[in-house]
Ligand binder design. Structure first.
Ligand code: NZQ
Ligand code: ZN
Length: 388
């Protein structure tokens, strides 16, 4: 480990089957008006909406609702939410849903009192937040993004076709998050496995960077092994509490900033995936799955030592009598087999990408500098074409 850091994660986690009772501890800490944010309807179907609103009522809260948050929340929706929050003078924003709902809640929390255009200020220019921030709490129903314990907030501008993830500081992290693995049981398989790959990708983005001997890499190898084992069990039996709870906590640990401390990180797969998402509105985890193999094969020779280590430590590849390149490629093959096994979308065609969309996706792809190779526009094009 070579980098210095200051680490603080201010989110209080209530984990387990009774985690909703955490609201009894948290709600009294905030004022009377709660803005309740949720998605397109899964929380009403599951009965969670009724449970949460009953608790809010029991605590004497005035509830202002903002439902209908879409997967990959848009700037237009954010403009609606920031108006509602400001007019209601919300004291607390309670997000009940997946990463999209949590991300959107954070965007509303920093934008409600922003006097400028928050898209320009916070997402394009990435300026620090210098206005009032409304505190956010989350009840998580979908596992993958880590949004429940980080400052990430991804918003899509449908006009400019840019999907940008802003990572806010710890004053924007949720103040508390309630994590009940049972609330994820109702997820359709497609969303469930997309979330599994989102977790894997978050770990890989932080693992495939740097050459230093770093404690975080050892932690990440453990997280990946746990994810691989539990994901296979959860696909067999989605009601396997042990597997689903392990995955839920792995997702949080993968992106609550812990494993990024003191090391460099990449995030290019996310830049490719987000560009695809901006042009297709496809499910986040699937966009990452579709481009990953082509990307990793493209950069393999530049980070061969780490890809070799990934193969032997995570996938148990036997190195005997093989070249480093062969070992590294076997590791990627093992990952590809696992991806197919759990049912991920492995190419861009199946996400609605057509050849004529490629130049637009190339220009929407932001280039990161922490990976083993800084991509050129031509590299991006090649990777996208290989992912078709
Ligand atoms: O809208 P509803 O009806 O709630 O349905 C959702 C949605 O259709 C459904 N769902 C969620 N929980 C459910 C459920 N259906 C049945 N039962 C449940 N328990 O699942 C669908 C997808 O939900 P969504 O919140 O969009 O998924 P996810 O959690 O993957 O969030 C994706 C968003 O997070 C961003 C992505 O870019 C994308 O916009 N990310 C946020 C990050 C962060 N904050 O750090 C990092 C990630 O890399 C990611 O970029
Ligand atoms: Zn992600």
């Amino acid at each position: 480990m070579l980098g210095d850091f200051i680490f603080c994660n201010p989110t209080r986690i209530y984990f387990g089957k009774n985690s909703l009772s955490g609201l009894d501890k948290e709600l009294p800490l905030y004022g009377k008006t709660v803005m309740l944010i949720y998605g397109k309807g899964s929380v009403k179907k599951s009965g969670l909406y009724d449970k949460v609103t009953a608790l809010l009522k029991a605590h004497g809260k005035t509830v202002v609702e903002d439902g209908g948050v879409m997967p990959n929340p848009t700037l237009d929706k954010l403009c609606e939410g920031m108006r509602i929050a400001r007019e209601a003078k919300a004291d607390l924003i309670l997000a009940v849903g997946g990463g999209s709902v949590c991300d959107y809640a954070k965007a509303v929390s920093v934008s409600a009192y922003c006097d400028e255009d928050p898209w320009e200020k916070y997402y394009i220019r990435s300026e620090p937040v210098d206005n009032k921030i409304i505190p956010v709490g989350c009840v998580l129903t979908m596992v993958g993004t880590g949004s429940e314990m980080n400052g990430g907030s991804v918003i899509t501008n449908t006009r400019t076709k840019l999907k940008i993830g802003r990572v806010f500081g710890d004053d924007v992290f949720p103040k508390f998050s309630l994590l009940n693995p049972e609330l994820t049981f109702s997820l359709p398989k497609y969303q469930m496995v997309a979330g599994f790959y989102d977790i894997m990708s978050h770990i890989l983005e932080q693992y495939f960077s740097g050459e230093d001997d770093n404690t975080s890499d050892y932690i990440m190898e453990g997280l990946m092994k746990s994810l691989i084992k539990s994901s296979l069990a959860a696909v067999q039996n989605p009601l396997d509490y042990e597997a689903r709870s392990n995955i839920m906590w792995t997702a949080t640990l993968a992106l609550n900033t812990l494993v990024a401390q003191g090391k460099s990180t990449d995030w290019e797969v996310h830049m490719l995936g987000q560009a695809v998402g901006a042009h297709t509105d496809a499910t986040h985890g699937m966009t990452l799955a579709a481009v990953s193999m082509a990307y990793y094969k493209h950069i393999l020779e530049y980070g061969l030592n780490k890809f070799r280590r990934f193969a032997t430590e995570v996938w148990g590849v036997d190195p005997d009598g093989k070249t480093d390149r062969q070992i590294a490629l076997e590791g990627l093959s093992a990952m590809e087999k696992w991806m197919k096994n759990i049912g991920l979308v492995m190419n861009l065609k199946n996400l609605g990408v057509t050849q004529d969309m490629i130049p637009g996706i190339v220009s929407s792809t932001l280039i990161m500098e922490g990976g083993y190779k800084i991509l050129s526009a031509d590299d991006v094009k090649k990777i996208l074409l290989e992912s078709m």
